[in-house]
Design a protein around this ligand. Sequence first.
Ligand SMILES: NC(=O)C1=CN([C@@H]2O[C@H](COP(=O)(O)OP(=O)(O)OC[C@H]3O[C@@H](n4cnc5c(N)ncnc54)[C@H](O)[C@@H]3O)[C@@H](O)[C@H]2O)C=CC1
Ligand SMILES: CC(=O)C(C)=O
Length: 257
Amino acid sequence: MSKKVAVVTGSAGGLGKGIAERLLKDGFNVMIHDINQDALTKTAEELKSLGDVATFVGDVSKKEDQEALVAAAVEKFGQLNVFVNNAGVEAVTPFLEIDASELERTFKINVFGTVYGTQAAAEQFIKQGTPGKIINACSIAGHEAYEVLGTYSASKHAVKAFTHVAAKELASKHITVNAYCPGVAKTKMWDRIDAEMVKADPSLKPGEPFAKFSGEIALGRYETPTDVANLVHFLASEDSDYITGQAILVDGGLVYN
Ligand SMILES: NC(=O)C1=CN([C@@H]2O[C@H](COP(=O)(O)OP(=O)(O)OC[C@H]3O[C@@H](n4cnc5c(N)ncnc54)[C@H](O)[C@@H]3O)[C@@H](O)[C@H]2O)C=CC1
Ligand SMILES: CC(=O)C(C)=O
């Protein structure tokens, strides 16, 4: 039987890289993808000993790039089985200062990107006549809303809503749609959030926002890409076949709903 094929968007670094690594170890052929070509090439070099990995440079906020990504994965590996809408960006701004450019950038990448990726993947699954799994990056910020993270929180609430709706509409085609909701992981995203929170409140020192958020985690440590990849591994596997439309928290005990 041919190997299953997964695409992971925004996987040159951070959580996406950890997810790609785990799916390669699980035996998937993996198309890694990012807007940052140099970082993507470096990551492919690091991952290639784990299995068949290919690269695609694209911008998730562009529908044509998402369609081309799916086409490239199918051309390279012959089919598509799992599509992980991982790419996302943060926005850290006091509410009264949120402007159109922040709203447009954040929603285009986090929300439009997830919708376009879901559509492109679902169309391919339907064309193949096979089941498929779509797995979206949500967040604790898709369950709660955080001060100075208003735009980001709203975008992740939208990701959660689209996860529910896509799951309902695509279930009859045997396509499941779920989301993973990480808590506080020390990736480049949190380095930038920390710096911006310090800028917004000069009484804070660098590292304090991250320490404050991660200090509230019940399990007593911040999250690693492996913690997130463990959940995505499950959602990409047959063991999750009877689960759809869920936005599952993987946060070490931070948000309870
Ligand atoms: N780090 C954390 O604590 C948490 C992260 N998340 C979510 O997990 C996902 C991954 O986050 P991190 O790895 O921390 O972020 P990161 O910033 O470390 O990595 C994101 C990757 O996405 C790529 N990317 C950004 N815009 C893109 C675009 N338009 N098209 C294609 N690629 C693009 C970046 O180049 C980068 O390689 C995001 O959706 C984020 O919102 C959710 C909860 C917590
Ligand atoms: C980065 C993130 O998802 C937060 C702060 O909830």
